[in-house]
Ligand binder design. Structure first.
Ligand SMILES: NC(=O)c1ccc[n+]([C@@H]2O[C@H](COP(=O)([O-])OP(=O)(O)OC[C@H]3O[C@@H](n4cnc5c(N)ncnc54)[C@H](OP(=O)(O)O)[C@@H]3O)[C@@H](O)[C@H]2O)c1
Length: 297
């Protein structure tokens, strides 16, 4: 356990400080502390001047967590084989008597399950359709119960597919890989990482609480999104492929992302002062940051 002299009282703990966490760490007012699994991730974060510890959130031992914190953002995916998130349970148990001012949990839009294409806002019932989504719903319940018992402010973000710099399908496009035809996928639900980060900062540093859907509200299909990435990166438009043809080429894990059809709507994001950028703007911003925006686009 780190002592009170080593961790400033207002430290924001980012548990699962990966792609989103690193950008959030840069956005928040210091002090922040990231938790990651590997020493390589600690070293990568150190390069960006983000302090981090390598821990195993799944380990049997209590985690070496600071004994006082300003806020907690939990950004790690679920762990465990059943429909409960045992990884989060272990983390919350390790917090022990620590009472942060607020807790933010990043969940996914998968908790709404398959709505047959119908819109789902924050008031729609959760209907998880697989084990992973059930773990997410369990995790949301753990956060609410843990915070509720301690009168700690909590927020749950149900996040769509996160894209941004270095998270675009550029390698697939360069390899000329096909994408599923529009009629074989549901609407897309996605968010640019920096809009997600702005919303995270708003709840960690402000008074908002409750459940928020984190999507940009533009339901471009994966094929339409890939087309626009290709256009702005100066790459060939990807060929289309049908579901039956795709199974042996793209694999069942990839296809499972497109099994459910839901159109997620955010009715509360504006209340955080965040107006998400369109995917068109988000793709261009991302490519520009990577130095890859095509001059002809
Ligand atoms: N990516 C998406 O499109 C998407 C969509 C909806 C929701 N989400 C959720 O949003 C959250 C943030 O997403 P992201 O893409 O930013 O995540 P990410 O880049 O995959 O980062 C996850 C982080 O969690 C750490 N981690 C995982 N298992 C751990 C363990 N057992 N012990 C310690 N650390 C562990 C990883 O450490 P290492 O770096 O050392 O491995 C990594 O830093 C995740 O919960 C994700 O599932 C993602």
């Amino acid at each position: 356990m780190l002592g009170p002299m080593e961790i400033p009282r207002e430290t924001c703990l980012l548990s699962g400080c990966g792609y989103t966490g690193a950008r959030l760490a840069r956005r928040l007012a210091p002090p922040v502390l990231g938790l990651v699994r590997t020493g390589a991730s600690v070293a990568a974060l150190a390069q960006a001047r983000i302090p981090a510890l390598a821990v195993d959130l799944d380990g049997g031992e209590p985690l070496p967590l600071p004994d006082r914190l300003g806020a907690v953002a939990y950004l790690a995916p679920p762990g465990g084989s059943g429909s409960q998130d045992e990884r989060l349970r272990h983390f919350l148990a390790s917090l022990g008597p620590v009472r942060p001012r607020s807790v933010l949990y990043l969940s996914t839009t998968a908790v709404y399950g398959d709505t047959a294409g119908a819109p789902a806002d924050e008031d729609a019932p959760a209907a998880p359709g697989d084990t992973r989504a059930r773990q997410r719903l369990d995790a949301e319940g753990q956060i609410r119960a843990w915070c509720g018992a301690r009168e700690i402010r909590w927020a749950v973000f149900r996040v769509g597919a996160i894209y941004g710099p270095f998270r675009l399908p550029l390698d697939r496009l360069r390899r000329g890989e096909p994408v599923l035809r529009e009629e074989d996928t549901g609407p897309g639900n996605r968010i640019h990482v920096d809009d997600l980060v702005a919303a995270c900062a708003a709840v960690l540093e402000g008074p908002a609480e409750g459940i928020f859907n984190l999507v940009d509200g533009v339901p471009w299909s994966p094929a339409a999104f890939a087309d626009r990435v290709a256009f702005h990166a100066g790459l060939p438009r990807p060929p289309r492929i049908g579901r039956s043809e795709a199974e042996p080429r793209l694999g069942p894990a990839y296809l499972s992302f497109f099994r459910e059809r839901r159109r997620v709507v955010s009715s509360r994001l504006a209340g955080l002062g965040v107006v998400p950028r369109t995917p068109e703007a988000g793709i261009r911003d991302s490519l520009r940051e990577m130095g890859l925006e095509s001059p002809g686009a």
